[in-house]
Write a protein that binds this ligand. Structure first.
Ligand code: FAD
Length: 323
Protein backbone atom coordinates (compact mmCIF):
# COMPACT_ATOMS: atom_id res chain seq x y z
CA UNK A 1 0.00 0.00 0.00
CA UNK A 2 2.91 2.35 0.70
CA UNK A 3 3.28 4.76 3.59
CA UNK A 4 5.00 8.11 3.87
CA UNK A 5 7.61 7.82 6.63
CA UNK A 6 9.51 10.71 8.18
CA UNK A 7 13.04 10.32 9.61
CA UNK A 8 14.72 12.84 11.87
CA UNK A 9 18.46 12.49 11.30
CA UNK A 10 21.09 13.52 13.83
CA UNK A 11 24.19 15.50 13.13
CA UNK A 12 27.05 16.25 15.52
CA UNK A 13 29.94 18.59 14.74
CA UNK A 14 28.97 18.51 11.08
CA UNK A 15 29.03 14.71 10.90
CA UNK A 16 25.85 12.71 10.41
CA UNK A 17 25.45 10.06 13.09
CA UNK A 18 25.22 6.52 11.79
CA UNK A 19 21.87 6.05 13.53
CA UNK A 20 20.40 8.41 10.91
CA UNK A 21 21.14 5.85 8.19
CA UNK A 22 19.85 3.01 10.35
CA UNK A 23 16.62 5.01 10.84
CA UNK A 24 16.28 5.37 7.06
CA UNK A 25 16.61 1.57 6.66
CA UNK A 26 13.92 1.10 9.34
CA UNK A 27 11.71 3.70 7.65
CA UNK A 28 12.02 1.80 4.36
CA UNK A 29 10.50 -1.29 5.99
CA UNK A 30 7.63 0.75 7.45
CA UNK A 31 7.12 2.65 4.18
CA UNK A 32 6.46 -0.64 2.39
CA UNK A 33 7.28 0.88 -0.99
CA UNK A 34 6.10 4.38 -0.03
CA UNK A 35 8.18 7.53 0.42
CA UNK A 36 10.90 8.10 3.01
CA UNK A 37 11.47 11.78 3.84
CA UNK A 38 14.50 12.58 5.99
CA UNK A 39 15.12 15.91 7.73
CA UNK A 40 18.04 17.50 9.54
CA UNK A 41 17.72 20.34 12.05
CA UNK A 42 20.49 22.85 12.62
CA UNK A 43 21.58 26.44 12.34
CA UNK A 44 23.11 25.91 8.96
CA UNK A 45 23.15 22.56 7.22
CA UNK A 46 25.62 21.80 4.49
CA UNK A 47 25.82 19.24 1.74
CA UNK A 48 26.13 16.34 4.19
CA UNK A 49 22.34 16.09 4.07
CA UNK A 50 22.75 14.52 0.59
CA UNK A 51 24.30 11.48 2.31
CA UNK A 52 20.83 10.59 3.57
CA UNK A 53 19.74 10.25 -0.07
CA UNK A 54 22.70 7.94 -0.70
CA UNK A 55 21.47 5.77 2.19
CA UNK A 56 17.98 5.44 0.77
CA UNK A 57 15.89 8.52 1.65
CA UNK A 58 13.71 9.56 -1.28
CA UNK A 59 13.68 13.24 -0.31
CA UNK A 60 15.50 15.38 2.26
CA UNK A 61 14.48 18.56 4.07
CA UNK A 62 16.81 21.11 5.68
CA UNK A 63 15.29 22.86 8.67
CA UNK A 64 17.58 25.76 9.58
CA UNK A 65 17.13 28.18 12.47
CA UNK A 66 19.60 29.76 14.94
CA UNK A 67 17.74 28.10 17.83
CA UNK A 68 18.31 24.66 16.28
CA UNK A 69 22.11 24.94 16.47
CA UNK A 70 22.23 22.67 19.53
CA UNK A 71 19.53 20.35 20.78
CA UNK A 72 17.04 21.79 23.24
CA UNK A 73 13.76 20.11 24.01
CA UNK A 74 11.67 23.22 23.47
CA UNK A 75 13.15 24.34 20.16
CA UNK A 76 13.31 20.88 18.57
CA UNK A 77 9.79 20.06 19.72
CA UNK A 78 8.38 23.25 18.22
CA UNK A 79 10.25 22.73 14.94
CA UNK A 80 9.40 19.05 14.62
CA UNK A 81 5.70 19.61 15.26
CA UNK A 82 5.62 22.19 12.45
CA UNK A 83 7.47 19.89 10.05
CA UNK A 84 5.17 16.98 10.86
CA UNK A 85 2.13 19.22 10.39
CA UNK A 86 3.42 20.12 6.92
CA UNK A 87 4.51 16.61 5.93
CA UNK A 88 1.66 14.63 7.52
CA UNK A 89 3.58 11.33 7.55
CA UNK A 90 2.09 7.90 8.28
CA UNK A 91 5.24 6.92 10.19
CA UNK A 92 8.08 8.58 12.12
CA UNK A 93 11.50 7.09 12.98
CA UNK A 94 14.34 8.54 15.03
CA UNK A 95 17.30 7.19 16.99
CA UNK A 96 16.85 5.92 20.54
CA UNK A 97 19.61 8.35 21.47
CA UNK A 98 19.69 10.94 24.23
CA UNK A 99 17.94 13.31 21.82
CA UNK A 100 15.42 10.77 20.53
CA UNK A 101 14.59 9.53 24.04
CA UNK A 102 13.85 13.08 25.15
CA UNK A 103 11.94 14.21 22.08
CA UNK A 104 9.89 11.21 20.99
CA UNK A 105 7.48 10.81 23.94
CA UNK A 106 6.68 14.53 23.89
CA UNK A 107 5.96 14.46 20.16
CA UNK A 108 3.91 11.26 20.47
CA UNK A 109 1.76 12.88 23.15
CA UNK A 110 1.35 16.08 21.14
CA UNK A 111 0.25 14.28 17.96
CA UNK A 112 -1.81 11.81 19.98
CA UNK A 113 -0.16 8.60 18.82
CA UNK A 114 1.61 5.67 20.43
CA UNK A 115 5.37 5.16 20.49
CA UNK A 116 7.40 1.97 20.16
CA UNK A 117 10.72 2.75 21.75
CA UNK A 118 14.16 1.13 21.75
CA UNK A 119 13.45 -1.02 18.70
CA UNK A 120 16.13 -3.55 17.72
CA UNK A 121 14.40 -5.15 14.74
CA UNK A 122 11.62 -4.32 12.28
CA UNK A 123 9.76 -6.69 9.97
CA UNK A 124 7.04 -6.15 7.46
CA UNK A 125 4.40 -8.85 7.68
CA UNK A 126 2.10 -8.41 4.72
CA UNK A 127 1.83 -4.64 5.27
CA UNK A 128 1.72 -4.86 9.06
CA UNK A 129 4.84 -3.64 10.82
CA UNK A 130 6.26 -5.81 13.60
CA UNK A 131 8.74 -4.20 15.99
CA UNK A 132 11.01 -6.09 18.39
CA UNK A 133 12.14 -4.34 21.58
CA UNK A 134 13.99 -5.65 24.66
CA UNK A 135 12.02 -5.73 27.92
CA UNK A 136 12.84 -6.55 31.56
CA UNK A 137 16.33 -5.04 31.21
CA UNK A 138 17.05 -7.10 28.11
CA UNK A 139 16.04 -10.46 29.62
CA UNK A 140 13.24 -10.90 27.08
CA UNK A 141 12.02 -9.38 23.83
CA UNK A 142 8.52 -8.28 22.97
CA UNK A 143 7.04 -8.02 19.51
CA UNK A 144 4.56 -5.26 18.78
CA UNK A 145 2.43 -5.30 15.66
CA UNK A 146 1.01 -2.05 14.40
CA UNK A 147 -1.35 -1.73 11.50
CA UNK A 148 -3.16 1.55 12.03
CA UNK A 149 -2.55 5.15 13.03
CA UNK A 150 0.79 6.94 12.82
CA UNK A 151 3.57 4.41 13.35
CA UNK A 152 6.18 6.05 15.57
CA UNK A 153 9.38 4.29 16.63
CA UNK A 154 12.80 5.02 18.08
CA UNK A 155 15.55 2.59 17.08
CA UNK A 156 18.46 1.46 19.24
CA UNK A 157 21.77 2.45 17.59
CA UNK A 158 23.89 -0.35 16.06
CA UNK A 159 21.05 -2.86 15.57
CA UNK A 160 19.38 -2.15 12.25
CA UNK A 161 21.70 -2.46 9.27
CA UNK A 162 21.73 0.62 7.05
CA UNK A 163 21.26 0.20 3.31
CA UNK A 164 24.46 0.01 1.30
CA UNK A 165 25.62 3.54 0.50
CA UNK A 166 24.94 4.30 -3.16
CA UNK A 167 26.13 7.70 -4.37
CA UNK A 168 24.06 7.38 -7.53
CA UNK A 169 20.86 7.63 -5.46
CA UNK A 170 19.38 11.11 -5.74
CA UNK A 171 16.27 12.96 -4.65
CA UNK A 172 14.76 16.34 -3.94
CA UNK A 173 16.52 18.60 -1.40
CA UNK A 174 14.23 21.27 0.04
CA UNK A 175 14.27 23.77 2.88
CA UNK A 176 11.55 24.49 5.38
CA UNK A 177 11.43 27.46 7.70
CA UNK A 178 10.04 27.15 11.20
CA UNK A 179 8.87 29.63 13.78
CA UNK A 180 10.42 29.12 17.23
CA UNK A 181 9.37 31.28 20.18
CA UNK A 182 9.13 31.53 23.98
CA UNK A 183 12.08 29.24 24.65
CA UNK A 184 12.52 28.40 28.32
CA UNK A 185 16.15 27.34 27.87
CA UNK A 186 18.81 28.77 25.57
CA UNK A 187 22.22 27.12 25.16
CA UNK A 188 24.95 29.75 25.26
CA UNK A 189 27.97 27.47 25.12
CA UNK A 190 28.83 23.78 25.19
CA UNK A 191 31.90 22.71 27.14
CA UNK A 192 32.80 19.14 26.27
CA UNK A 193 34.02 16.88 29.03
CA UNK A 194 35.42 14.07 26.95
CA UNK A 195 38.45 14.48 24.74
CA UNK A 196 36.82 13.38 21.54
CA UNK A 197 36.90 9.61 22.07
CA UNK A 198 34.61 7.25 20.16
CA UNK A 199 30.93 7.67 21.02
CA UNK A 200 30.00 4.69 23.22
CA UNK A 201 26.49 4.24 21.81
CA UNK A 202 27.80 3.93 18.24
CA UNK A 203 31.09 2.15 18.96
CA UNK A 204 31.69 -1.15 17.18
CA UNK A 205 34.15 -2.30 19.87
CA UNK A 206 34.03 -1.43 23.58
CA UNK A 207 36.62 -2.24 26.24
CA UNK A 208 34.89 -1.88 29.57
CA UNK A 209 36.45 -1.86 33.02
CA UNK A 210 35.01 -2.72 36.41
CA UNK A 211 35.94 -2.49 40.06
CA UNK A 212 38.52 -5.22 39.39
CA UNK A 213 40.67 -2.59 37.66
CA UNK A 214 41.33 -1.33 41.22
CA UNK A 215 42.53 2.24 40.54
CA UNK A 216 41.91 5.19 38.25
CA UNK A 217 45.46 5.05 36.85
CA UNK A 218 44.95 1.40 35.85
CA UNK A 219 42.23 2.52 33.42
CA UNK A 220 45.17 3.59 31.21
CA UNK A 221 45.70 -0.11 30.53
CA UNK A 222 42.18 -0.33 29.15
CA UNK A 223 42.68 2.85 27.16
CA UNK A 224 45.80 1.32 25.63
CA UNK A 225 43.89 -1.83 24.67
CA UNK A 226 41.07 0.31 23.27
CA UNK A 227 43.65 2.28 21.30
CA UNK A 228 45.05 -0.77 19.51
CA UNK A 229 41.55 -2.12 18.82
CA UNK A 230 40.03 1.20 17.70
CA UNK A 231 37.56 0.81 20.55
CA UNK A 232 35.70 3.07 22.96
CA UNK A 233 36.21 2.72 26.73
CA UNK A 234 33.24 1.97 28.96
CA UNK A 235 32.83 1.04 32.62
CA UNK A 236 30.63 -0.62 35.19
CA UNK A 237 28.96 1.44 37.87
CA UNK A 238 31.29 -0.22 40.34
CA UNK A 239 34.24 1.43 38.59
CA UNK A 240 32.45 4.78 38.36
CA UNK A 241 31.37 4.69 42.02
CA UNK A 242 34.94 3.90 43.04
CA UNK A 243 36.07 7.04 41.20
CA UNK A 244 38.17 5.15 38.63
CA UNK A 245 36.45 6.89 35.72
CA UNK A 246 33.77 9.37 34.77
CA UNK A 247 30.07 8.47 35.04
CA UNK A 248 29.66 9.30 31.34
CA UNK A 249 31.34 5.91 30.68
CA UNK A 250 28.84 3.90 32.75
CA UNK A 251 27.09 1.09 30.91
CA UNK A 252 23.98 -0.58 32.26
CA UNK A 253 20.49 -0.07 33.53
CA UNK A 254 21.23 3.42 34.82
CA UNK A 255 23.99 4.10 32.30
CA UNK A 256 24.26 3.74 28.54
CA UNK A 257 22.79 0.85 26.58
CA UNK A 258 25.24 -0.40 23.96
CA UNK A 259 25.21 -3.03 21.23
CA UNK A 260 28.73 -3.18 19.82
CA UNK A 261 30.05 -5.98 17.61
CA UNK A 262 32.58 -6.78 20.36
CA UNK A 263 32.31 -6.04 24.11
CA UNK A 264 35.33 -6.82 26.28
CA UNK A 265 34.43 -6.82 29.99
CA UNK A 266 37.53 -6.51 32.16
CA UNK A 267 37.22 -7.03 35.92
CA UNK A 268 33.43 -6.76 35.79
CA UNK A 269 31.36 -9.27 37.78
CA UNK A 270 28.29 -9.14 35.52
CA UNK A 271 25.57 -7.84 37.83
CA UNK A 272 22.11 -7.85 36.27
CA UNK A 273 22.12 -4.04 36.14
CA UNK A 274 25.33 -4.10 34.09
CA UNK A 275 24.06 -6.86 31.78
CA UNK A 276 20.99 -4.69 31.05
CA UNK A 277 23.26 -2.32 29.16
CA UNK A 278 25.45 -4.72 27.19
CA UNK A 279 24.05 -8.26 27.00
CA UNK A 280 22.84 -7.71 23.42
CA UNK A 281 26.38 -7.09 22.21
CA UNK A 282 27.16 -9.38 19.29
CA UNK A 283 30.28 -10.98 20.80
CA UNK A 284 31.16 -10.72 24.50
CA UNK A 285 34.61 -11.44 25.91
CA UNK A 286 35.06 -11.52 29.70
CA UNK A 287 38.34 -11.32 31.59
CA UNK A 288 37.86 -12.09 35.29
CA UNK A 289 39.86 -13.97 37.90
CA UNK A 290 36.72 -15.50 39.43
CA UNK A 291 35.52 -18.48 37.33
CA UNK A 292 32.09 -18.20 39.02
CA UNK A 293 31.57 -14.57 37.99
CA UNK A 294 28.12 -14.21 36.34
CA UNK A 295 29.65 -12.31 33.40
CA UNK A 296 30.80 -15.71 32.10
CA UNK A 297 27.13 -16.76 31.73
CA UNK A 298 26.67 -14.22 28.93
CA UNK A 299 30.22 -14.29 27.53
CA UNK A 300 30.99 -15.94 24.20
CA UNK A 301 34.65 -16.16 25.18
CA UNK A 302 35.92 -16.15 28.75
CA UNK A 303 39.43 -15.76 30.11
CA UNK A 304 39.82 -16.74 33.76
CA UNK A 305 42.85 -14.83 34.94
CA UNK A 306 44.33 -11.73 36.46
CA UNK A 307 43.56 -8.78 34.21
CA UNK A 308 46.96 -7.25 35.00
CA UNK A 309 48.58 -10.26 33.34
CA UNK A 310 46.02 -10.90 30.59
CA UNK A 311 45.45 -7.37 29.29
CA UNK A 312 49.16 -6.53 28.64
CA UNK A 313 49.50 -9.84 26.75
CA UNK A 314 46.36 -9.01 24.81
CA UNK A 315 47.78 -5.57 23.89
CA UNK A 316 51.10 -7.08 22.76
CA UNK A 317 49.31 -9.70 20.68
CA UNK A 318 47.05 -7.12 19.03
CA UNK A 319 50.05 -4.90 18.28
CA UNK A 320 51.87 -7.79 16.62
CA UNK A 321 48.78 -8.64 14.56
CA UNK A 322 48.40 -5.00 13.53
CA UNK A 323 52.03 -4.78 12.31
P1 FAD B 1 32.23 -5.97 41.33
O1 FAD B 1 30.89 -6.57 41.42
O2 FAD B 1 32.93 -5.63 42.59
O3 FAD B 1 33.10 -6.95 40.47
C1 FAD B 1 34.48 -6.82 40.28
C2 FAD B 1 34.96 -8.03 39.53
O4 FAD B 1 36.32 -7.89 39.22
C3 FAD B 1 34.80 -9.34 40.31
O5 FAD B 1 34.05 -10.25 39.54
C4 FAD B 1 36.23 -9.83 40.52
O6 FAD B 1 36.35 -11.22 40.44
C5 FAD B 1 36.93 -9.16 39.37
N1 FAD B 1 38.35 -8.94 39.63
C6 FAD B 1 38.93 -8.38 40.74
N2 FAD B 1 40.25 -8.28 40.58
C7 FAD B 1 40.53 -8.80 39.36
C8 FAD B 1 41.74 -9.01 38.64
N3 FAD B 1 42.92 -8.62 39.12
N4 FAD B 1 41.66 -9.58 37.43
C9 FAD B 1 40.48 -9.97 36.92
N5 FAD B 1 39.29 -9.82 37.56
C10 FAD B 1 39.32 -9.23 38.76
N6 FAD B 1 25.98 -1.41 37.56
C11 FAD B 1 26.41 -1.14 36.31
O7 FAD B 1 27.49 -1.60 35.90
N7 FAD B 1 25.66 -0.34 35.50
C12 FAD B 1 24.48 0.20 35.87
O8 FAD B 1 23.86 0.92 35.09
C13 FAD B 1 24.00 -0.09 37.19
N8 FAD B 1 22.80 0.38 37.60
C14 FAD B 1 22.35 0.03 38.85
C15 FAD B 1 21.08 0.43 39.25
C16 FAD B 1 20.60 0.06 40.48
C17 FAD B 1 19.22 0.50 40.88
C18 FAD B 1 21.40 -0.73 41.33
C19 FAD B 1 20.87 -1.16 42.68
C20 FAD B 1 22.65 -1.13 40.95
C21 FAD B 1 23.16 -0.75 39.72
N9 FAD B 1 24.43 -1.15 39.29
C22 FAD B 1 24.81 -0.89 38.02
C23 FAD B 1 25.39 -1.76 40.23
C24 FAD B 1 25.50 -3.26 40.08
O9 FAD B 1 24.54 -3.89 40.89
C25 FAD B 1 26.91 -3.75 40.51
O10 FAD B 1 27.15 -3.31 41.84
C26 FAD B 1 28.04 -3.24 39.62
O11 FAD B 1 27.76 -3.51 38.27
C27 FAD B 1 29.33 -3.94 40.04
O12 FAD B 1 30.40 -3.43 39.30
P2 FAD B 1 31.67 -4.34 39.01
O13 FAD B 1 31.25 -5.59 38.30
O14 FAD B 1 32.68 -3.49 38.38
O15 FAD B 1 32.20 -4.64 40.49
Amino acid sequence: MGRKVFVLGEIRDGVLRNVSFEAIAAAKVIADGGEVVAALFGESIGDEIITMLHYGADRVVKVEHPDLKSYTTDAYQQALLQVLEAEKPDGIVMGHTAQGKDLSPRIAAKINTGLVSDVVNIENDDGNVIFTSPIYSGKAFEKVKINEGIIFATIRPNNITPLERDQSRSGDVSEMSVDIKNLRAIIKDIVRKSTGGIDLSEAKIIVSGGRGVKAAENFQLLEELAGVLGAAVGASRGACDAGYCDYSLQIGQTGKVVTPDLYIAVGISGAIQHLAGMSNSKVIVAINKDPEAPIFDVADYGIVGDLFEVVPLFIEEMKSVAV
